[in-house]
Design a protein around this ligand. Structure first.
Ligand SMILES: Nc1ncnc2c1ncn2[C@@H]1O[C@H](COP(=O)(O)OP(=O)(O)OP(=O)(O)O)[C@@H](O)[C@H]1O
Ligand SMILES: [Mg+2]
Length: 236
């Protein structure tokens, strides 16, 4: 197997005296959708925020494309091709849809029109609303915009933190369809979800987190079929 795009090795992360991440390790290979699932407070967002450089591990290492990220500033990490769509989307409310997308392309020197075109093809709803201010979009549309904005940086790894949060079931399906489409076109994705059923159904592999540790791992199919995972996350 080739080298992983992302390699997380035995990281420990603290918030003051709270030991939030307790020695977790995992990898993401090119072309995979890997999902981290787990209950509220398991440490999923903390893990993503550590990878993107917003938090620092007390011990352990994160490497992206074979390079340690230990001393790399978050904006440099984005330039290297690692994009994160944070929990709760956070679009620029006062800016239009198109301005938000253009902000996402700040790491790029050319190809803006082409990149906008790709995002608008993926999200026709955003195209219809390109001049609307982002704060007036529905929750689902804001999620689409946050994902579109991340894609504008042409990421080599896209990290999504609970893209289905707070969305109606029909929109959850649409968002997951789009994630599966991105995967089919070759994107490499690290997906954090509480919606274990949906996440595992599109994932190549998954890791189950509980109170700061990885307790189970397997292919999406294996985890969907696992008795322990079913009991804990899939309603029996
Ligand atoms: N800024 C913070 N200060 C102190 N403790 C924090 C902070 N952020 C998170 N924690 C704690 O770290 C643990 C992991 O939180 P985290 O947000 O990573 O969980 P999560 O798996 O993303 O949960 P959720 O599904 O609710 O988003 C929790 O116990 C939480 O209370
Ligand atoms: Mg979270």
């Amino acid at each position: 197997m080739s080298d992983p795009v992302l390699k997380v090795e035995n990281i420990n992360v603290y918030y003051g005296s709270i030991h939030a991440i307790k020695g977790i390790s995992f990898e993401v290979y090119e072309g995979e959708i890997v999902t981290l699932i787990g209950a509220n407070g398991a440490g999923k967002s903390t893990t993503l925020n550590t990878i993107s450089g917003l938090l620092h591990p007390a011990t352990g290492s994160v490497s992206f494309l074979g390079e340690s990220l230990a001393k790399v500033q978050p904006h440099k990490i984005v330039e290297k091709g690692l994009a994160q769509v944070p929990e709760g989307r956070r679009v620029f409310a006062q800016m239009t849809v198109q301005e938000n997308l253009e902000m996402g392309a700040y790491t790029q020197t050319g190809g803006l029109a082409e990149d906008l075109d790709k995002v608008y093809t993926l999200f026709p709803r955003l195209k219809e609303r390109m001049h609307q201010t982002a704060g007036t979009l529905s929750g689902g549309e804001q999620q689409m915009l946050a994902m579109g904005r991340a894609l504008m940086s042409r990421p080599k790894l896209l990290m999504l933190d609970e893209p289905s949060m707070g969305l109606a079931p029909i929109l959850v399906e649409q968002i997951f369809d789009i994630i599966a489409d991105l995967h089919r076109t070759g994107a490499t994705i690290l997906l954090v979800e509480q919606n274990a059923q949906m996440a595992l159904s599109i994932a190549s592999r998954g890791y189950v987190m509980e109170t700061g540790k990885i307790v189970t791992t397997g292919t999406g199919e294996e985890l969907l079929a696992s008795e322990a995972v079913r009991k804990a996350y899939l309603g029996g």
